[in-house]
Structure formats: structure tokens, C-alpha cells
Ligand binder design. Sequence first.
Ligand code: FES
Ligand code: FES
Length: 141
Amino acid sequence: FNLSRSYHEKVIDHYERPRNVGSLPRTDSDVGTGLVGAPACGDVMKLQIRVDERTNKIVDVKFKTFGCGSAIASSSYMTERVRGMSLDEASKIKNTEIAKELSLPPVKLHCSMLAEDAIKSAIKDYKSKRSASSAPNVNNI
Ligand code: FES
Ligand code: FES
């Protein structure tokens, strides 16, 4: 299909030059990993955040998306958007905002949903890691 005619420039830009592609070490205690799939098409997105434990802000973010152009663009856009945000702010980003910003057509809404799910899942992973590491060590009681 003709990408340039059917898609908004911003999507193409993020698709052709995706920002923040890569991985963070999953076992680092300050890294949260979100791995989600889209039931509609089977595409998969991994999004990782590194969080400053003092300020609760996202200081680094990386993604890998095995999916369509809109999913890649949505995750690239999401990484730019959440860098520097607090976990609270980042968890409130709606896929509809992403879709609007990238002018995704309705059939591609689920692609942006993948990015919303991915950041939420990364935040959840980070939080569960933190609460696990701050829980009292039963061996010391
Ligand atoms: Fe997922 Fe197109 S349906 S890549
Ligand atoms: Fe499935 Fe885009 S993520 S078509």
C-alpha cells in the first residue's frame, strides 16, 4: 500500500526514524519492562523505562516493536513523550491522544493501544520490583 499517501507525515517520520529503539538491562532494579501483544493482529511491543528512584521520574526509555508501521510509530512517539515524566503522569497517557497526535485512522487505533498498554505494564513491573526489594527480608527476622 502507499504509505505516503495514506498516512500522516508524523507517523511516517516516526516509522522511518524511530526514536529510542533498543533494550535496557531487564534485571536492573530501576528498570521496568512492559511486554504486550495486540490480540487483533498478534503484534508485540516491548517498552522499558529506567526510573530515578528519588524523584520517581522516567530518565530513560527504550522500545522494540514487532509490528506494523503504526505500532512502531506509536511506541516511538510514546518514548519521546514519557521521558522526564513522573510515573503518575506517564500512566495517564491515553491511546486516543497518541492516535490523534499521529493522525492514525480508526482501523489503526489498536496499534496505539499497544503503546498505552506497554507503558502501563512497564510502570507496573517497575513498581512490583520496588515493592519486592523494599519488603522486609524474612531471613533477617
Ligand atoms: Fe500487525 Fe499489520 S496486522 S503488522
Ligand atoms: Fe496491529 Fe498495528 S499493531 S495492525
